[in-house]
Design a protein around this ligand. Structure first.
Ligand code: TYD
Length: 427
C-alpha cells in the first residue's frame, strides 16, 4: 500500500443515498417493538450516527431496548434495506477522476463491514477502494477508524463526509476535511465542525481535490428492436437502474433528440408523406443523426455522461438496408459522414420474432407510416438486424424480448452494467 494522497469517504450520505432502506428498517424495528411511527424529522436523524445511539437518544429507549431494536433493524436491513439505496449521480465520475489523478481511495464508515462490502459490490464500486474500514462492536469512533485506514507514513489525506462526525474525526486524526452539502448534514453543521472545504455536488469533490485534471469520458449506449419489441418499457427500466447506480444519464432518441432532428422526425413519420422516395428517407434519417451526434452525443460523452439512445444507425441499416432492400453496406456508407466514427460502446438488441411484434403493435395503437409496412417488410428488418449482429457481435447485447418484462429488464441491466464497468476500469 502506498503513500501519496489518500481520500477517505464516508458511505451513507456521501457515496450513497441510503434513506429509503434506513427509514424502512427503522420503521420496521419500531413497529415490531410497539412504538408509534416516528415523524419525518426524527427519521432523518437516523442517518449517520450509530443505531443504538439513535434508538436511545431519538426514541428514548434504554440501552437494552436499543440493542434489541438494532437486531430487528438489521434483520430487515441485511436482506432488503441494504439495496434500497442509490449512488449519488456523479460519484462514479468523481471517483474515476481522483483515481486518474493518482490518488488512493478508501471508505471509512460506521456501518458494519458485511453490509458495507455488499453495497459497494452491488453497485460495482468496490474496485475503486484500496482500504475499507468499518465499525466493530457498535463502536464507530471515526478518528480511530481514519487512523486505521491510512497506511503508515501518509502525510496528505482527506476525509470526505456529510456529517459532523466525519469532519471532527478527520480533524482529530490530523487530516484535511471536505464536507459534502448534498448529503444529510447542513452546511452550518459542516462548517461548525471544522470542514476546511465544501463540495455542493459529487463532481465538485473532484474539482476541489484535483483541480485542473482532465475529466474522464462517459459511454454511448443504444437500444434497438422491431416496433413492438417493448423497447419503450425497457428503456425506462434501464434508465432507472443506471440512475440508481450513479451514472449521469442523457436519454435521447432517433430520429430526433435535437430541435432540428425532431423536425426531421415529423417529416419522416407523417402518414401523408406516402410519396417519399427511399433515398430521401435514408438521407433524412442520416441528416437527423448527423445533428444528434454533434449536438448531443459527443458533448455528453466527452463530459463523462452516459448517453442512452433509443435507436441509432443500426435502425437505418435494418429498416432501409433490410426492409427497403437498399443493402446494409450501402446504408452504412451513406451514414459514414453522419456518424463519423461515433458508434455505440454497446447496443442492446431486443430480439423478437416479427410476427410476434406485429401482434403486440396491433394491440396497442394506430400504426405510423413505418409501422403500416407489410409483414414481409418487417421480416426483412428482423433479418437485417441479425446480419448486423453477425457482422459485429462484440458490440451487441442480444436479449430475448419474448419473455416477461422483469426478466428482460434484469438481463439488460446485467449486460449493460458489466460493459460500463469494463469501460470505467480502462481509465
Ligand atoms: P421508434 O422510436 O421505434 O418509434 P415510436 O417512438 O413511434 O415507437 O422509431 C420510429 C420508426 O422509425 C420506427 O418504425 C423505425 C424507424 N426508423 C427507420 O426506419 N430508420 C432509422 O434510421 C430510424 C432511426 C428509425
Amino acid at each position: 500500500m502506498s503513500t501519496g494522497t489518500w481520500v477517505l469517504f464516508d458511505l451513507d450520505g456521501t457515496l450513497t443515498q441510503s434513506e429509503e432502506g434506513i427509514w424502512n428498517c427503522a420503521r420496521y424495528a419500531l413497529g415490531k417493538m410497539g412504538y408509534a411511527e416516528p415523524d419525518a424529522a426524527t427519521l432523518r436523524k437516523f442517518i449517520g450516527p450509530p443505531l443504538v445511539w439513535s434508538f436511545q437518544e431519538l426514541i428514548g429507549m434504554s440501552e437494552e431496548q436499543a440493542i434489541r431494536a438494532q437486531g430487528i433493524y438489521r434483520e430487515r436491513y441485511n436482506t432488503l434495506g441494504l439495496l434500497e439505496n442509490r449512488v449519488y449521480p456523479g460519484i462514479r465520475y468523481a471517483l474515476r477522476c481522483l483515481k486518474k489523478a493518482g490518488m488512493h481511495l478508501g471508505v471509512v464508515t460506521g456501518k458494519p463491514e458485511n453490509a458495507t462490502r455488499r453495497i459497494l459490490e452491488h453497485f460495482g464500486l468496490i474496485g475503486f477502494f484500496e482500504q475499507i474500514v468499518c465499525a466493530t462492536d457498535n463502536k464507530a469512533d471515526k478518528e480511530q477508524m481514519i487512523r486505521k485506514a491510512l497506511p503508515e507514513g501518509v502525510t496528505d489525506a482527506w476525509m470526505v463526509g456529510d456529517r459532523k462526525y466525519d469532519m471532527e474525526g478527520g480533524r482529530q486524526a490530523g487530516i484535511h476535511t471536505l464536507g459534502v452539502t448534498y448529503g444529510y448534514g447542513s452546511e452550518e453543521e459542516l462548517t461548525e465542525s471544522g470542514a476546511e472545504k465544501l463540495a455542493r455536488s459529487p463532481r465538485e469533490i473532484a474539482e476541489v481535490l484535483c483541480p485542473g485534471t482532465e475529466g474522464v469520458s462517459g459511454a454511448f449506449l443504444s437500444m434497438e428492436g422491431l416496433d413492438g419489441s417493448g423497447k419503450g418499457t425497457q428503456l425506462e427500466r434501464l434508465q432507472d437502474t443506471l440512475e440508481r447506480y450513479g451514472y449521469e444519464l442523457v436519454m435521447t432518441r432517433e430520429p430526433g433528440g435535437t430541435p432540428i432532428s425532431e423536425k426531421i422526425r415529423g417529416i419522416l413519420l407523417d402518414r401523408e408523406n406516402v410519396g417519399m422516395t427511399d433515398e430521401t428517407e435514408v438521407l433524412l434519417y442520416a441528416a437527423a443523426r448527423a445533428q444528434l451526434v454533434r449536438e448531443v452525443i459527443r458533448p455528453a460523452v466527452r463530459d463523462g455522461k452516459v448517453v442512452l439512445c433509443d435507436r441509432f444507425v443500426d435502425s437505418s441499416a435494418a429498416y432501409q438496408g433490410g426492409g427497403r432492400q437498399l443493402g446494409i453496406e450501402r446504408i452504412m456508407e451513406i451514414n459514414r459522414p453522419a456518424v463519423d466514427g461515433t458508434m455505440p460502446d454497446l447496443t442492446v438488441y431486443l430480439d423478437i420474432d416479427h410476427r410476434k411484434s406485429l401482434e403486440r403493435r396491433m394491440a396497442v395503437s394506430e400504426p405510423d407510416r413505418m409501422e403500416m409496412e407489410a409483414d414481409s417488410f418487417h421480416a426483412r428488418v428482423e433479418e437485417g438486424y441479425h446480419k448486423l449482429i453477425a457482422m459485429d457481435p462484440g458490440r451487441f447485447a442480444v436479449v430475448n424480448a419474448e419473455g416477461d418484462r422483469d426478466g428482460i429488464a434484469a438481463e439488460i441491466a446485467e449486460k449493460v452494467l458489466a460493459r460500463l464497468r469494463m469501460l470505467e476500469m480502462e481509465d
